[in-house]
Design a protein around this ligand. Structure first.
Ligand SMILES: [Zn+2]
Ligand SMILES: [Zn+2]
Length: 275
């Protein structure tokens, strides 16, 4: 039994459609996945219906919200959000509009350093008008601006938090994101904290309603994971984990199910949902 609670699809910046993700998860024998696209729940229904027709895999509705804090970018996952909640859907539509503005600002900055990518090239890579740094980076690769031997370096240099063309997200704070998830009946979980969030911020977010922490993640050593398991015990947080799969690319080589996550995680998540 294995699970993967952090997967992106073509509903945001992933390379596989929700049905393709389900097919792959079934093929490798996972028992549960969460579709956690950036700022959208548009891929969830397709995944649920594909799963019921295929191997009966459990699909947990989720999303991932990007927020800014002073010197980093914090991501909040929301598990079991009500994907029909009209307030949530309005908020997400607003975030997507802001993403388009942000992508245009990033492209302006790139142009100033000699990287000329038309907005249409970026938009054509995202489903339903989704534009993020993933699409911008792929457009840069397609146009030959990225040294294929060092894609990670290029991403950080141009688009990373301290990159030359970085632009903040729409002013959403991690506290706003926690509220959005709670208001939609979901469980707010801080994603990949080691990259982005201090333990102090985690504590502050817990006091604001944060309920979980992603302790299993690509590249996390046993020490990092055990640090976050301790933190989870301290704050009574549910523990999650997943591959953050976006597609089989050189930039993100870990496949679906590619991160070991203990089985009981899924039961704990369901228990927390019922509380
Ligand atoms: Zn993330
Ligand atoms: Zn992610």
């Amino acid at each position: 039994m294995a699970v993967d609670l952090h997967i992106h699809t073509t509903a945001s910046d992933g390379r596989l459609s929700p049905s393709e993700v389900v097919r792959e998860a079934c093929r490798i024998g996972l028992t549960a996945i969460a579709i956690a696209d950036h700022d959208t729940v548009a891929g969830v229904e397709e995944a649920i219906s594909a799963a019921s027709q295929q191997c009966g895999l459990k699909v947990i509705p989720a999303l991932e919200l990007s927020t800014d804090v002073e010197d980093s970018e914090v991501h909040i996952l929301g598990y079991f959000v009500d994907i029909k909640n009209s307030r949530l859907l309005d908020q997400l539509a607003e975030l997507r509009r802001a993403r388009i503005d942000r992508a245009k600002r990033i492209l302006d900055k790139l142009r100033r350093v000699g990287v000329d990518i038309p907005f249409e090239d970026v938009a054509s890579l995202g489903k339903d008008g989704f534009v993020g740094r993933g699409q911008i980076f792929r457009a840069m690769i397609n146009a030959g601006y990225v040294n294929p031997a060092m894609p990670h370096h290029a991403f950080e240099h141009y688009l990373g938090k301290h990159g030359v063309a970085y632009e903040e997200h729409y002013g959403l704070t991690p506290y706003d994101a926690v509220d959005m998830v709670l208001n939609a009946g979901g469980i707010p979980v801080i994603a990949h904290p080691a990259r982005t969030a201090s333990d102090r911020l985690v504590g502050d977010l817990v006091r604001h309603g944060l309920m979980g922490i992603e302790a299993y993640y690509p590249g996390y050593t046993a020490e990092i994971t055990s640090h976050y398991l301790d933190l989870a015990r301290t704050y009574d947080l549910v523990v999650t984990g997943g591959s953050d799969f976006h597609g089989p690319t050189a930039h993100q080589p870990v496949g679906i199910g590619g991160v070991w996550v203990p089985d009981d995680i899924i039961n704990n998540l369901y228990l927390r949902m019922k509380e």
